[in-house]
Design a protein around this ligand. Sequence first.
Ligand code: PMT
Length: 404
Amino acid sequence: MVKSLEGKTIVLGVTGGIAAFKSVEVVSKLRKLGAEVHVIMTKNATEFVAPLSFTTLAGYPTVVDTFEREDTWDVAHVSLAKKADLFVVAPATANIISKMRTGLADDMLSTTLLATKAPVLIAPAMNTGMLTHPATQENLKALEERGVLIVGPEGGFLACGDEGQGRMSEPEQIVERICQILQTKQDLLGKRVLVTAGGTREYIDPVRFIGNESSGKMGFALAEAAMKRGATVTLIKGSTTAAEPVVSEKVDVVSTMDLKDAMLARAPQQDIIIQAAAPADFRMEHPSEQKIKKQAGEALELRLVENPDIARLVGEQKKDGQILVGFAAETEHVNEYAREKLKKKNLDMIVANNVTQEGAGFHVDTNIATLITDTSFTELPLMTKKELAHVILDQIVELMKTTE
Ligand code: PMT
């Protein structure tokens, strides 16, 4: 994506945490991309970074929480709230997150946040104990359900000396997310999307496995596109070789049974589930605990048992209004087999791809797909997996309208 934020106005709220110093770099990067940036600091934030640092980089006076200057305050909070194409809070402390949830407006930042109609992105930063406290977790979940976008937090060393979750995302990641939000339509804002990607591995012994060629590119493209369009994305990934996208939650799995567990635990909370992974249909009945030694001249027989059909299990538990999308990787009778899977797995749409076709299927950056629903059949030309991901999401958005 060509990154330019020319013509975009970003209001950045800075709250009181040590990560506030990283927000100075966020402003610098946004300005380099051409954005107009206005900064609002809480009083506590000014204990960590001087407002002048932000003022110098943004080119606009930093608004600091003040009830003293009441004459300008009222106008400023409304005008900034209206001006914003995107409202970012970085770092977002447990305190501001709690205030945002309840709609508390007792300073300049919280008041402006309450008044804005712009999309809001927060970058939480706090001590692990505060982050994992049920109150903070509930607040984050409630905000997410309300459509507030969240980047991070990450794991690592924290200013308090602890090691764990709670570090604010790096400025590059925050700016990347801002670009994603401002450069793409936000038609999945507030939606929870689960995407599966990659292949599963079934171990024969500790060093050998049955696997497949999936690189993860198709699933990753879908996860990335859904993030760009405002969704909260859970990516469950098996074995992959492609570069991973930044998503809201990432879950690593090895075998099809792992994938099943991860899926069944998360499926009920999702609005949309897209299954681009290539799970192995069979696993060893009794995987060997030790490396199998070859016996000269003797063949080796492996006994495989069938793995569960995860898409079918998810389809059996489909919730009202949920959209389920599967893929069909076929080598012959592509549309016929895909239609069978659409029905059998209780899917709303299946993306059929002939994996023997040049430019389609495993590994490559492109795909040739047919989108099949109960009532429609759309043959698509060769396109990149990134482009296809958006076409699939467009179709999903249309399907969602029919269930509302
Ligand atoms: O990762 P890439 O290199 O980019 O390649 C992309 C892809 C070819 C893997 C992708 O486009 C694709 O077709 N994914 C589906 C692969 C597959 O397993 O297809 P299937 O026809 O065997 O399965 C049909 C559907 O059921 C799929 O949504 C699959 O995730 C699901 N399934 C399959 C087997 C199983 N035991 N449980 C399942 O849920």
